[in-house]
Design a protein around this ligand. Structure first.
Ligand code: HEC
Length: 254
């Protein structure tokens, strides 16, 4: 037989005022923080494609970069178009898009450039000496998106910082009453899953632009789950205690 339960006050509407003050103060600060984070995302990533509002292109530009934009590529599609056959041009463009590596340069690009371009470049004074790696590297430079350095830094800050926020938020929300069990469990677990998905997707997007979708899904996912926990917790602490019902449940028991 079940023991008579003495901890039936362990739910948000029944908690004492002081602990509700603590929870509320925290939620207010975090809520404000989330709004600021949203604004910051809109202002930095949101403007990456030059238009206001967060779109897939923004995410692609921020993490993958804008790799079709080197001077080498635009010249090869413009005034240098007739200087080399189609497949050589394509090869040079690919090389630039892939980051213009020294290895590929030594292996074959160098020969192509000396064959098709050195008649003028490197010979005629004043023309970019693209037969030298340092010179062509500069011209082949594309926007490679986020650097590994900055990604490692931002990744660990996000995982530690946001993980902690979700922990406390989930802790407060775990005292809510009347939320269906599956929904409560999902709302508590999902932000962590989405957070991890989000961070992994930055790295994947750095190399494959197609993964920008995952960043979008991760961000939307944890915003929804945490908004739901935030609103439910506030409502249960500040509306439900005053509607005359006595909630007798230990919300940690099931
Ligand atoms: C017949 C001479 C000639 C050949 C061959 C030639 N170029 Fe040029 N290149 C020029 C001239 C002239 C300019 C400057 C005018 C311009 O930018 O269109 C130039 C400019 C460029 C620029 C812009 C450099 C800068 O800093 O502004 C790039 C990049 C370039 N060429 C790439 C190439 C590549 C790659 C090849 C070989 C596939 C090539 N060129 C072959 C004559 C040549």
């Amino acid at each position: 037989m079940k023991q008579p339960n003495k901890t039936t006050w362990l739910n948000l509407p029944s908690l004492g005022l002081s602990i509700r003050m603590l929870f509320t103060g925290y939620l207010l600060a975090i809520g404000f923080g989330l709004v600021m984070a949203g604004a910051q995302i809109l202002l930095t990533h949101g403007m990456a494609d030059g238009k206001l509002g967060l779109s897939l292109d923004d995410i692609v530009y921020s993490y993958y970069g804008n790799r079709g934009n080197s001077k080498l590529e635009s010249k090869l599609n413009g005034s240098m178009k007739d200087k080399a056959p189609e497949e050589i041009r394509a090869k040079l463009i690919h090389w630039a898009r892939d980051g213009a590596s020294k290895e590929a340069w030594e292996e074959e690009i160098k020969n192509d450039v000396s064959m098709y371009c050195s008649g003028c470049h490197g010979n005629i004074p004043g023309l970019a000496a693209i037969t030298k790696y340092e010179v062509i590297k500069e011209i082949a430079n594309t926007d490679q998106g986020a650097s590994v350095d900055s990604l490692t830094r931002v990744s660990h800050i996000h995982l530690f910082g946001i993980g902690f926020i979700f922990f406390i938020m989930g802790f407060i929300f775990s005292f809510s009453v009347g939320v269906p069990k599956w929904l409560k469990e999902a709302a508590i677990l999902l932000p962590f899953i989405f957070l991890i998905l989000d961070i992994i997707s930055w790295w994947l997007t750095k190399w494959y632009a197609g993964f920008a979708w995952f960043t979008m899904i991760g961000g939307i996912g944890y915003s929804l789950a945490s908004s739901f926990m935030w609103i439910t917790s506030m409502y249960q602490m500040w509306v439900m205690p005053y509607n005359g019902i006595d909630y007798k449940v230990n919300t940690w028991e099931d």
